[in-house]
Design a protein around this ligand. Structure first.
Ligand SMILES: [Zn+2]
Length: 458
């Protein structure tokens, strides 16, 4: 038995065209203007609908203690929202474990995922030397990207410039791409202290204490370090025009620099932090939400190719028992919010439907470019013969309203509550299996596979 997707409009990063797709087992075996099904074949009629490659979210945090979503819940929410592959961050080791031992532990934790997944280790200060030795082994394990921080000294994440330089050189040698959180953490920590000393403790002061210039400064610095190390680099969650400008300048100098942004920086602004009844705490993340004018600048950066991929930065801190820990001070509010389930819909609605980006650009930033950067291409990230049959079918004529009442995420709020989006995902296929139909999830825990990702090839 084959699956035949008939009459749909196929969208890839380069083309929009009418064709039928045949799927045998887990892969696409044929694309043609007309495929006649055999009696035993299953037919999906995509007449009048878009047929996209499954979304790839390169920035999720499932399985973190205190967060609402484990790998099962998190990947189920992702799948329902049109994401068929995630690359999840691995928290730094505890209890003296090696990076490899810790990695194996996380691989075990992730094994019940419902969609395919890769894992990428966060390297903190404590492991800044040992990673230089362990990196080749991690690459053998398929971990061909890592994450570094220029902030959060208080929890041991901040790396010095020299540590970053040494890690980037080693990453370069091993075909590993480093993604960096760019904020000048030490200066921010000082501003936070000054702010609290003045009695300014409400959520909005989180935003005021992390100015855009300190994101831009760290972005500039790490791009310079990457240039000196002759290493490619990926900048996580770019939130503001100033940081984006630094990436553009580096790209012009010939640095291989990839910018990532998130749906919340494109659609939410700092005024959310002032919502009454402590609701502003739900929107606390770092970098913080910015003034509204940055949004259109970031959209233009997507169009022009400065920002090449979208990540949700799904970090589902619950409101009750999570965000509420910071009622007396913004500095105690855990950062992050849910979003993996909305990435695809928000980008379709505010991007394609509202005419900020083309259909092809939508596919590139939600799937193809991410697959290329993170070593998943051409298995993932495309609709092509031989690729995994990871496919999302979307009816652009229908709409829905996002709400925690209907989301699969376990978080007790939704950052896009009440947002009406055009486009409903009618089918999600993952490696040829129809796991979502009309927003009902039908897949089994454990059906997702760990992906040994390719080395970066630039
Ligand atoms: Zn993150």
């Amino acid at each position: 038995m084959s699956i035949i997707i008939q009459n749909g409009t196929i969208v890839t990063a380069s083309d929009v065209y009418q064709a039928d797709i045949r799927i045998d087992g887990e892969v696409i075996t044929s694309i043609a203007s007309k495929i006649v099904p055999a009696a035993e074949d299953k037919v999906i009629d995509a007449n009048g609908q878009y047929v996209f490659p499954g979304g790839i979210d390169p920035h999720v945090h499932f399985g973190v203690p205190g967060y609402a979503d484990d790998f099962v819940n998190g990947t189920r929410a992702a799948a329902t929202g049109g994401i068929t592959t995630v690359v999840n961050y691995v928290e730094p080791p505890t209890g003296g474990k090696s990076l490899l031992e810790n990695f194996q532990l996380w691989k075990q934790m992730a094994k019940d995922s419902v969609i395919d997944y890769g894992l990428q280790p966060v390297i903190n200060a404590e492991y800044s030397e040992s990673v230089l030795k362990e990196l080749p082994t991690l690459v053998e394990e398929g971990a061909t990207s890592i994450k570094l921080f220029m902030s959060a000294r208080g929890i041991g994440l901040l790396l010095s410039d020299v540590q970053i330089y040494k890690i980037l050189k080693k990453a370069r040698e091993n075909g590993v791409l480093a993604t960096v959180h760019c904020e000048n953490g030490d200066v921010i920590d000082e501003i936070v202290k000054e702010t609290i000393a003045k009695g300014n403790t409400a959520p909005i002061y989180h935003g005021y204490s992390r100015p855009t210039i300190l994101e831009a400064e760290a972005t500039h610095r790490v791009l310079a370090i990457a240039q000196a190390a002759d290493a490619p680099i990926r900048i996580a969650h770019v939130s503001c025009a100033e940081a984006m400008n630094e990436i553009e300048q580096a790209q012009k100098r010939g640095v291989i620099a990839y910018g990532e942004t998130t749906p919340h920086y494109l659609t939410k602004d700092i005024s959310s932090l002032e919502l009454p009844n402590f609701e502003g705490a739900k929107y606390i993340c770092s970098p913080p939400l910015r003034e509204k004018w940055h949004q259109e600048v970031l959209w233009r950066g997507i169009v022009s190719g400065i920002l090449t991929t979208m990540g949700s930065d799904h970090a589902p801190v619950p409101f009750e028992g999570g965000k509420t820990l910071g009622r007396d001070s913004f500095a105690k509010i855990p950062n992050g919010g849910p979003g993996v389930e909305e990435l695809f819909s928000i980008m379709y609605h505010f991007g394609v439907h509202e005419k900020r980006i083309s259909l092809q650009k939508f596919v590139d930033v939600t799937s193809t470019a991410t697959a290329k950067q993170l070593g998943l291409y051409p298995k993932k990230g495309n609709i092509n013969v031989g690729s995994d049959a990871d496919i999302v079918i979307l009816d652009s004529k229908q709409s829905r309203t996002i709400s925690k009442a209907t989301h699969y995420q376990k978080c007790d709020y939704n950052a896009y509550e009440g947002t009406k989006v055009q486009g409903i995902i009618t089918h999600v296929l993952a490696r040829g299996e129809e796991i979502v139909k009309d927003r009902i999830f039908n897949g089994k825990p454990g059906r997702g596979q760990y992906i040994y990702r390719n080395k970066l090839n630039v």
